[in-house]
Design a protein around this ligand. Sequence first.
Ligand code: SAM
Ligand code: SF4
Length: 354
Amino acid sequence: MRTEFLEALERASKPEELTKDDLTVLISADKEESAELFRLADQVRSRVMGDEVHLRGVIEFSNYCRKNCLYCGLRRDNSALLRYRMKPDEIIEGARRAAGLGCRTVVLQSGEDGFYSAQMLAEVVFRIKKELDVAVTLSVGDRSREEYALFKEAGADRYLLKHETCDAKLFAELRPGTSLKGRLKRLRWLRELGYQVGSGNMVGLPGQTAETLAGDIILMREMEVEMAGIGPFIPNKQTPLGSCKGGTLEMTLKTLAAARLALPCVHLPATTAVATIHPSGRVKALQCGANVIMPNITPLKYRESYLIYPDKIGLNDTPEESYSRVVNTVLSAGRSISRGYGHSLKYERKCAGI
Ligand code: SAM
Ligand code: SF4
């Protein structure tokens, strides 16, 4: 094993001291080094976050999007996609189903769909929070500060807005008409408004290097995020990046493990994307630092149309089937299901007055 790799691993005992160079070295691990990296990340996850896995039920309530991100199947110019929108009552019914299955968090996700006014979404959040004993995460993209404030007042607990890549030039190319600066500004607003904030990045974007991925982790440490969604980029033929290579399982796991070392108390999901590129992707991610899974609770009739990338797993599963598959995955990894909300550790300590 390289000396610089062993030195970086040693520095991981003080996560705040891990530098971008250290993380680059970790992410560039060879096979033998990777085994060591994964072992340490799993140890840190177990010690800091425990062995329980939090299940967050995702309802993909609209696939309309005004944006045109080069990597995403929901992009405005993808005319091959059948578009749908769920009505507020349908979204609330979906949340009931998720809660009934045992999810203590409901994630409402969509393309950037102006059809849903802030008032409309705030009302959905308010009704869910009033009726069900769940935390609510929103993931509806770029909105104004006032709109984020309205969702928060209605009871939203968390917001997921991935920064996607820390490379500002690449970000601007991949998300036409937007900037990394604008995305980070929104993440700061969300923090100021009192949300538990989730960000994250894709692994394997064209032009990305191990150094970029290390930069993604450093950025999330600087932004003090509470959740980091790190998953592989999967090329979609119906987008301009259709012929790109995409992220590998190996690179995704190394980035995830390095993130666990640098961000020990952050929630890290074993993503649907990692499960899509490899049949054991989620189990492997759970063994490399992950402690969250997001079962898909979207009604069956809409699933095929929320096609961000091809061959997404579970397209023919009912919410009940998705949930039980995820439970089996967790148990097969030797872990247990959390029955708590899975708030951020920072938030729980604040509530306990620590
Ligand atoms: N519209 C919102 C946004 O962009 O923040 C939320 C929905 S968007 C579909 C959710 C996530 O999908 C994005 O943050 C992005 O990381 C991921 N995504 C989009 N296209 C992808 C692809 N081809 N491969 C992997 N992940 C992808
Ligand atoms: Fe729209 Fe989000 Fe897809 Fe970009 S990533 S096209 S904003 S759904």
